[in-house]
Write a protein that binds this ligand. Structure first.
Ligand code: NFD
Length: 244
């Protein structure tokens, strides 16, 4: 898979739209081209697979989220349900609801062979062993650290209780980057929503945790309280709506 066709147009269109439907800063509108240039500079700052961990720092400083207290949510293995919950209940915001994540969510990108522009044919795999400094994974690593570090108050965590990889999979962005970057001075509690498909055989539950134990000990070490709820009532309602 190469860079998403029309990447620049999609990025700019999302910037104009999200940037000013919800912006408090009027300058964001005029800034879209500058924001795109900062993003492209990061992608082209080094050959594919050699991007520095900090490559996107200038871009991220221009779009970094500052979500309201108690409103930051994380998800892992639950992309669809987490975003439906966030848009229907408006109880929290995910990375992809934030301007920083919205701009590039679902897109793919990398530089071309001589780093003169985006490469539309094929991007290197994001397997860390084969290509550590891959343009998309370097971005999501830094974006994940950034959104985690700004969270304050109670956070929501939407995890998948059915996958045999475990709700708290070691290699996930949530386990590797977000949970470790929660700031105990700002985050008081993590409310874990463990989602199960209707009629599924759960892999783990709040009462019979497997990988969740590792998340709980990390939170305990940090002195962050937590709760764990299997298929909360309102998630169940959402599934019912789906089935209808
Ligand atoms: P997942 P997660 N490089 O469901 N986030 O915990 C790249 F570039 O297993 C959001 O890992 O949950 N992408 C997004 C990868 C991406 C890689 C990353 C990789 N090495 C992180 N491995 C996003 N919006 O796309 C897997 N992926 C893709 C943040 C995979 O195709 C969110 O704030 C899947 O679509 C959220 O709390 C996606 O990463 C947490 O990290 C997530 O895989 C979700 O990452």
């Amino acid at each position: 898979e190469g860079t998403t066709p029309h990447f620049e147009n999609i990025f700019l269109g999302r910037c104009f739209e999200h940037g000013c439907l919800s912006c408090t800063d009027e300058n964001k509108m005029a800034d879209c081209q500058n924001i795109y240039n900062a993003f492209l500079d990061a992608v082209l700052s080094a050959p594919n697979c050699e991007l520095d961990d900090n490559a996107y720092d200038t871009f991220i400083s221009m779009v970094a989220p500052n979500l309201p207290e108690d409103m930051t949510a994380f998800w892992s293995g639950t992309y669809d349900i987490a975003h439906e919950l966030s848009s229907i209940t408006r109880d929290f915001y995910t990375m992809e609801d934030s301007f920083m994540g919205y701009l590039v969510d679902g897109l793919n990108w990398c530089g071309n062979a001589d780093q003169t522009g985006l490469g539309f044919l094929e991007c290197p795999s994001w397997d860390y062993d084969k290509c550590y400094g891959q343009a998309t994974s370097v971005f999501w690593n830094k974006a994940s650290a950034t959104i985690a570090a700004q969270a304050r108050g109670e956070v929501s965590v939407v995890l998948n209780g059915d996958t045999t990889e475990g709700a708290f999979r070691d290699s996930s962005f949530f386990a590797r980057v977000e949970a470790p970057n929660l700031d105990p001075a700002k985050v008081t509690k993590a409310n874990i929503l463990l989602v199960h498909e209707l009629g599924s055989i759960p892999y783990e539950t709040c009462d019979e945790p497997i990988t969740l134990i590792n998340l709980w000990s990390l939170l305990e070490e940090k002195g962050i309280e937590y709760s764990c709820t299997d298929n909360p009532e309102y998630v169940f309602t959402l599934f019912t709506l789906h089935v209808r």
